[in-house]
Write a protein that binds this ligand. Structure first.
Ligand code: F6P
Length: 378
């Protein structure tokens, strides 16, 4: 019988964080279970900083709200935590402090809302005997073993609206309008937004692009009297034989993603302008994709994920991630999600060892894009 549970939200925020929290809290209350929330993700777990969550006060009126009422942390790998000691940067495994906190506070289950890095730590905590249930969050849609993460649909809607707006100004001024979208090392946002917004070209990390092929597509459109084009570029897109464009390398500690992607949109716009002679402009959509209210799809998905996670806890099914499989709510072992990233406390996400889900050629989105003639730069 579980009596007391806690939620933590970790990693970059995604629309739906609060809707998941609400789903967990409400299902907990239906079953007479007390609910708490750690402040700022794993950092709150480390500092034992938490608040009581209930649908009458702290977790009231949050379904539609962007962000996270309990914060989130993008740089807190407690298995390899960056500290300063005597003016020196050192990395320490502080996970045992977290385990102690959970024991002392008598939490029967911890819900971890996050992407691949967060779930990697969740898996590691589960190996240390903690009852953990993960919920797949990220606008990037790149968590393994699930067909969709919460936040993705909202990000695509924001990107689609941006494409619609770029379309009209591009058409008016006979320009190439480039939109750089997020997604890290996966092209889900770019590809789905390109289809939703009717873009002509989509460049995604999974398919290194040939800029000449993209330019050819624009020339062909010009020949048909269309002297404007819309190009969606994923931040992780790279030219054939080239490398990813990095805005900067941060120092947020070991075991977290220190690479800030960005800049490929500008690069692509410049090159396409040179190759086609048409004026080109880049817009980098950035954090607009993450902030603000979730669309209906994400509110429902997040609520489903939250309720399911609480049900799994009641059933005593721990060490799993809630997922959508074949369109239905399900769960899979965290071990499957983390994949070949076996070493406890090792680098959490975004490495060769991490198990992120990428666009594949046999995916419906890829095939649809090809069928309707969206140029993928190949
Ligand atoms: O993972 C979500 C995401 O928004 C990525 O699409 C993007 O590359 C990254 O986070 C930006 O992260 P940060 O918040 O660290 O700038």
């Amino acid at each position: 019988m579980i009596k007391k549970v806690a939620i933590l939200a970790n990693g970059g925020d995604a629309p739906g964080f609060n809707a998941v929290i609400r789903g967990i809290v409400k299902t907990a209350e239906t079953n007479g279970i007390e609910c708490y929330g750690f402040i700022d993700g794993y950092r709150g777990l480390l500092k034992n900083d938490f608040i009581k969550l209930d649908s009458a006060t702290t977790a009231s009126g949050i379904l539609h709200k962007g962000g996270s009422i309990i914060g989130s942390s993008t740089n807190a790998n407690v298995f390899n935590y960056k500290l300063e000691e005597n003016g020196q940067v050192v990395y320490k495994d502080l996970s045992d402090i977290c385990v102690e906190n959970i024991k002392n506070d008598e939490f029967d289950c911890i819900f971890t809302l996050g992407g691949d890095g967060t779930q990697k730590s969740a898996r590691d905590f589960s190996l240390k005997g903690v009852n953990v249930i993960g919920i797949p969050k990220t606008i990037d849609n790149d968590v393994a073993c699930t067909e969709i993460t919460f936040g993705f649909n909202t990000a695509v809607s924001v990107a689609m609206e941006a494409i619609d707006r770029l379309h009209t100004t591009g058409e008016t001024h006979h320009r190439i309008m480039v939109l750089e979208v997020m997604g890290r090392y996966a092209g889900w946002i770019a590809l789905e937004a390109a289809i939703a917004g009717g873009a002509d070209i989509a460049l995604i990390p999974e398919i290194p692009y040939d800029i000449n092929i993209a330019a050819k597509k624009i020339e062909e459109r010009k020949e048909k009297g269309k002297n404007f084009s819309v190009v969606v570029v994923a931040e992780g897109a790279m030219p054939k034989g080239g490398t990813i464009t990095v805005e900067n390398i941060r120092d947020n500690g070991a075991g977290v993603d220190n690479t800030k992607l960005g800049g490929v949109g500008d690069k692509v716009a410049k090159e396409l302008q040179e190759l086609t002679g048409l004026d080109a402009r880049n817009t980098t959509l950035g954090y607009m994709q993450r902030g603000g209210t979730p669309v209906a799809f994400d509110r429902v998905l997040s609520t489903k994920y939250g309720a399911k996670a609480m049900e799994l806890a009641i059933e005593g099914k721990f060490g799993v991630l809630t997922v959508i499989k074949d369109g239905k709510l399900n769960s899979v072992p965290l071990e499957d999600v983390v994949g070949n990233n076996k070493v406890m406390g090792a680098v959490s996400g975004n490495t060769a060892e991490s198990n992120i889900r990428k666009v594949t050629r046999d995916h419906d989105l890829f095939k649809t894009a090809k069928s309707i003639g969206i140029c993928l730069g190949e």
